[in-house]
Design a protein around this ligand. Structure first.
Ligand SMILES: NC(=O)c1ccc[n+]([C@@H]2O[C@H](COP(=O)([O-])OP(=O)(O)OC[C@H]3O[C@@H](n4cnc5c(N)ncnc54)[C@H](OP(=O)(O)O)[C@@H]3O)[C@@H](O)[C@H]2O)c1
Length: 302
């Protein structure tokens, strides 16, 4: 089932074009409504300013930016496919979003580092991939902050396999369906660390430099297909990111001490803004810092 936006008496959905739909289908309290249209069953969702409602896949939705993005997109009426490795967190989030926003949410639990796990996920959704409009490649992490000469090889493997290879595995499998549909928006979660390196961050930064390169290269490879690619590059965001990185809550807390970092919701709002731009506008890159962070490594603390 595809999701369309009902707005000012018209039904707008890429691929279906504009078709007249009677205003009497929906009133101000309208929430969700299914109708047959152009040989497809479509679900009319609540009226809100913006562009077509759609189906979005968000990786790493069990926490932080991915979770906040799921919440923000659900509030805007999007249908969601949410992924992560912690099934119970995904289940809880799904229930909350369904109860609160009456949207369709499906969860998929797998490790994005494993190409075979990505393949089985794709097999599950293959017949419905043509309805996917948005891919948010968010799953990612930093592990450790040791100098190169002291770092653990397993930390490097995990960062490279998740942030680069996982993103590539999934993107490779999804893009052909988007090309066929001649539409789609891919939002990659890069980082300010993908532009500026800091001590102890060589490999994490390298993975995010890679995300920037992949975003640029993908945009070139997709030129003419109508598919947009955006790289979001945040500075400090208060999520579980530092806890995962250091495995120590005191160290993680210290990262944000005496300053106001960005929240996951701040980034989610920007992602929504990016994907809701008219189809001819592609926000290629978005660098977002907290005001208290002038540059990577320069933070004003009180
Ligand atoms: N926080 C920041 O300051 C900051 C700044 C710039 C960029 N970023 C980027 O933003 C993205 C989200 O990070 P966050 O800050 O929201 O951190 P977070 O709260 O730790 O969330 C990370 C998410 O990624 C998922 N994930 C990690 N490894 C995975 C794997 N192997 N397979 C599937 N899912 C995996 C986690 O889910 P499971 O553990 O359930 O698998 C979790 O949902 C990352 O790409 C990060 O590099 C963060």
């Amino acid at each position: 089932m595809a999701i369309v936006k009902a707005y000012q008496g018209k039904c707008c959905y890429p691929g279906l074009g504009f078709g007249a739909l009677s205003c009497s289908f929906f009133g101000s309290s309208f929430k969700s409504f299914s109708v047959s249209f152009c040989d497809r069953v479509v679900n009319i969702v609540e009226i809100e300013q913006g562009v077509a409602m759609a189906l979005a896949l968000i990786t790493g939705a069990s926490s932080g930016i991915g979770k906040a993005t799921a919440e923000r997109l659900a509030a805007a009426g999007y249908s969601l496919w949410l992924t992560g490795r912690r099934q119970e967190r995904l289940d809880l989030l799904r229930q909350q979003l369904v109860d609160k926003y009456s949207v369709q949410v499906e969860t998929f639990c797998f490790d994005i580092q494993k190409a075979t796990a990505v393949d089985s996920f794709i097999e599950q959704v293959q017949s419905r991939l043509s309805g996917l409009d948005i891919l948010v490649n968010n799953a990612g992490l930093a592990k450790g902050a040791e100098k190169v000469q002291e770092a653990k090889l397993s930390d490097w493997d995990e960062m490279i396999d998740t942030n680069i290879k996982g993103l590539l595995f999934l993107t490779r499998k999804i893009v052909p369906a988007m090309i066929k549909a001649q539409r789609g928006t891919i939002v990659n979660l890069g980082s300010a660390a993908g532009r500026w390196v800091y001590p102890g961050g060589a490999v994490y930064c390298a993975t995010k430099f890679a995300v920037r390169a992949i975003s640029e290269g993908l945009r070139m490879d997709l030129a003419g297909t109508g598919i947009r690619v955006c790289n979001i590059e945040p500075g400090m965001v208060d999520t579980d990111f530092s806890l995962i990185r250091f495995g120590d809550s005191a160290k993680a807390k210290a990262v944000y001490a005496g300053m106001k970092p960005l929240s996951a919701a701040d980034i989610a709002e920007s992602i929504l803004w990016v994907i809701q731009q008219p189809a001819h506008i592609n926000i290629q890159e978005l660098v977002i810092f907290p005001t208290a962070q002038a540059a990577v490594g320069q933070v004003h603390r009180t």
